[in-house]
Ligand binder design. Structure first.
Ligand SMILES: NC(=O)c1ccc[n+]([C@@H]2O[C@H](COP(=O)([O-])OP(=O)(O)OC[C@H]3O[C@@H](n4cnc5c(N)ncnc54)[C@H](OP(=O)(O)O)[C@@H]3O)[C@@H](O)[C@H]2O)c1
Length: 262
């Protein structure tokens, strides 16, 4: 039997030594990303509002031999974002630093400008745009000081191709895309990478929160076949984070094969 080369185990843990913050990690894409990055060797700090859910994620990571810290909070509140970053820097097990920030927390909203519930517009923008921008900026300032770091912003295919079934939500993701790309241009000279990940339709709690039903959504996507699971996006995120430091996958769109539109 061939002898295992020294350090060969390292290839299974390409993110070992890194500390990753993942927002919106109590469900869906953020949850899958937290588990995947932990599996790849990162220690993870997770945020969302539901404490009980976060505690379960931490237990799962610990059970697999990883390290995780839950810091519950609202991704749309600057005070909670500040606290998330400060407490990460104080966390001894995380090495009192962070290397990766996955700006994932967000929510959808069914309908375009005519049909969407305007009482929910503010929450959509607070979480998806203002909170995301504030977190991206805070992380970027810190990473500039370290001359390295990764910011991964979760946009959407409807943040590139608008569609009437979620046009108001889509507008928030157009903003995320603009902020991420603009920030990339501002920080790239400092060794900091910014990646925009644009998922297609992923089955998660997203559809329920957005208020999708047969008429405003499911009828229109019935022909698309098998939709994505959150793991498909988590794998894409892990792949781009494990590229060499001089390679910045600045944007990536991941759709179900049968999704012709948007
Ligand atoms: N699913 C899709 O088809 C799809 C497609 C394109 C893009 N996306 C984007 O992908 C991201 C993740 O969505 P998902 O599909 O994983 O949906 P999900 O299952 O509903 O998960 C959303 C996550 O965000 C958290 N969150 C929402 N509002 C928050 C707030 N104000 N403060 C803190 N955490 C908040 C939720 O946690 P708590 O409720 O516990 O706070 C949850 O952990 C979102 O940005 C979404 O817009 C999704």
């Amino acid at each position: 039997m061939a002898k295992q080369k020294e350090g060969a185990g390292k290839t299974n843990k390409p993110l070992s030594g890194k500390t990753a913050i993942v927002t919106g990690a109590s469900s869906g894409i953020g949850l899958a990303t937290a588990l995947t990055l932990a599996q790849a060797g990162a220690v993870v700090v997770i945020q969302a509002r539901r404490k009980d859910r976060l505690a379960k994620v931490v237990s799962e990571i610990h059970a697999k031999g990883g390290k995780a810290l839950a810091l519950a909070g609202d991704a749309g509140l600057t005070s909670d974002i500040d606290r998330l970053l400060e407490q990460t820097l104080e966390w001894k097990d995380g090495g009192r630093k962070y290397d990766i920030v996955v700006v994932n927390a967000g929510r959808g909203l069914a309908g375009g400008t005519l049909a969407s519930d305007n009482y929910q517009w503010e929450e959509v923008y607070n979480t998806n745009v203002l909170g995301a921008a504030y977190l991206m900026r805070s992380a970027a300032k810190y990473f500039i000081g370290r001359k390295k770091g990764d910011i991964v912003a979760i946009g959407s295919v409807v943040g590139r191709n608008i569609s009437p079934f979620s046009a108001f939500y889509g507008s928030s993701k157009f903003a995320v895309g603009a902020i991420a790309e603009g920030l990339r241009q501002e920080v790239c000279a400092h060794g900091v990478r910014v990646s925009l990940v644009m998922p297609g339709i992923v089955v998660s709690e997203f559809q329920k929160v957005a208020g999708y039903d047969e008429n405003n959504f499911y009828k229109g996507i019935a022909h698309m076949g098998k939709l994505l699971k959150p793991q498909a996006i988590a794998d894409g995120i892990c792949w781009l984070l494990t590229q060499p430091p001089n390679v910045n996958v600045s944007e990536i769109m991941i759709r179900p094969t049968g999704q012709n539109y948007p």
